[in-house]
Write a protein that binds this ligand. Structure first.
Ligand SMILES: [Mn+2]
Length: 449
């Protein structure tokens, strides 16, 4: 029967690097962390994970689906509208019980939407002892959760107030599980590092090919199409986020998402885009002149920013311990020095120079990167990083239209690469396959002299 057919979500070009056993190891580590968090008098813990719900753009027209990263991290399941519950006693020897709540599709639903993975397929990564339909969730939790239970969940701030309130009344304590998962998620296993290398390489190839096809395109939308085409034909499942494709002064709107304005041949364009592959994402920004030829002002500002970017890569590589907050301070110093030399910043007072650099680049130099583009938001950027932590390095410069130095007004640039702390010391550049050098960019576009 159709419904029993297995639908394996395997990307033939870039198969998943995560072996089934790794999901179990992640759960073990999480349970171990949470055992330290239970309060006196509590006798067991229950972790309640809610998966992403299918959402609709119009009746019967679903949005592209992406599983919640924390949910997928613990059980590997990429089906919409599921719940996953882990129950565990507090003794050293206590073995957890895993429960999956997911609805099988009817024959009619299968006819329209295709078959779901089989129970056996789900079991490989989620290793549950019971599979129940989602309408049994509350009934089951009624039995499982009592006043001696510490509940950890990802249900806060979701559209499911009912579940959140239910857990609050039933359990002895209810805490967010997010930070504990992120403490694990921020440090990548070797398999996850390979996943990051895959997706960053894919993202870099996509960006390079887009640039080589973008000479004299007339509208930002065409670049969006090129990104989709170049990414998907290489195996990207979707773009990692709505890309920023901003010609001319629109690049000064840091999260400009319209991507539909006409491009003039005298403009530069900023493209911030990533790929999504096997649950991991890349995040790359490049800037280039639409005509393939830089004006003097465009090129000199670009080179001033590129200098900062390259200094930052070297600085991070040589740091005893990488710390994103220190990298951020270093970015502001470098921007101030580089922009002064260019004549974009006129002050000679060191404090004022930093202040002006912060005005030109109002964002941080880094964020963690992994299963989400702004990954592990609860993990501080003011900590020494161990090996296998991936993050971005992305200095920018956005010159307002009323900036005192006329020639650079309205130019917006960011140069963003993905890196990871390496076990052999220093950092590994994961997006090396996309050029930054202005002449190499011209070579890609076929306009280098
Ligand atoms: Mn970024």
């Amino acid at each position: 029967m159709l419904r029993n057919q297995q639908r394996k979500i395997i990307n033939s070009l870039w198969p998943s690097r995560i072996p089934n056993e790794e999901y179990g190891l992640r759960r073990e580590k999480l349970v171990k962390l949470l055992k330290k968090e239970v309060k006196t008098g509590e006798k067991q813990m229950v972790i309640v994970m809610k998966g992403a719900k299918r959402s609709y753009i119009a009746p019967d027209v679903p949005h592209a689906f992406r599983q919640k990263s924390h949910f997928r991290y613990l059980n590997g399941i990429t089906t919409p509208d599921c719940y996953y519950v882990i129950q565990c006693g507090l003794q050293e020897s206590s073995k957890p019980t895993n429960l999956l709540f997911a609805n099988r599709r009817t024959d009619y639903e299968t006819l329209w939407e295709g078959p779901l993975p089989s129970e056996t397929e789900w079991e490989k990564t989620a290793n549950f002892s019971e599979l129940s339909p989602t309408n049994r969730l509350i009934q089951t939790l009624e039995k499982v959760v009592d006043k001696g239970t510490a509940v950890f969940s990802n249900t806060a701030a979701s559209d499911d107030d009912f579940l959140e309130n239910f857990l609050k009344t039933k359990a002895n304590s209810l805490s967010s599980v997010d930070h504990f998962i992120e403490r694990l998620l921020v440090i990548k296993s070797d398999n996850e590092m390979d996943s990051m290398r895959d997706v960053c390489n894919l993202g870099a190839q996509t960006m390079s090919s887009m640039i080589s096809g973008a000479k004299n395109v007339h509208n930002e939308n065409a670049i969006c199409g090129l990104l989709e085409f170049e990414g998907r034909r290489r195996g990207s499942e979707m773009q990692a986020y709505p890309p920023v494709i901003a010609g001319g002064v629109r690049a000064n709107t840091i999260h400009y998402l319209d991507a539909n304005a006409d491009l003039s041949p005298t403009e530069t364009v900023l493209v911030d885009a990533g790929c999504d592959l096997n649950g991991y994402v890349s995040d790359i920004t490049r800037c280039f002149p639409i005509s393939g030829h830089w004006s003097d002002a465009q090129l000199s500002l670009y080179e001033a920013l590129l200098y900062v970017h390259e200094q930052l890569l070297t600085y991070a590589h040589n740091m005893e311990k990488v710390r994103l907050s220190a990298l951020f301070r270093r970015m502001n110093e470098l921007l101030a020095a580089s922009f002064s030399e260019l004549g974009l910043i006129k002050s000679t007072d060191p404090k004022e120079m930093i202040h002006l650099a912060e005005k030109l680049c109002p964002h941080h130099v880094s964020h963690y990167l992994g299963m989400d583009v702004h990954d592990c938001a609860t993990v501080s950027r003011d900590v020494d990083l161990p090996a296998n932590v991936s993050f971005t390095i992305e200095p920018g410069c956005y010159v307002p239209m009323d900036w005192p130095v006329k020639e650079f007004r309205g130019i917006g640039y960011r140069i963003e690469d993905d890196v990871a702390t390496s076990s052999s010391g220093g950092i590994e550049l994961l997006t090396a396959a996309v050029p930054r050098d202005p002449l190499e960019i011209q070579r890609l576009m076929g306009t280098a002299e």
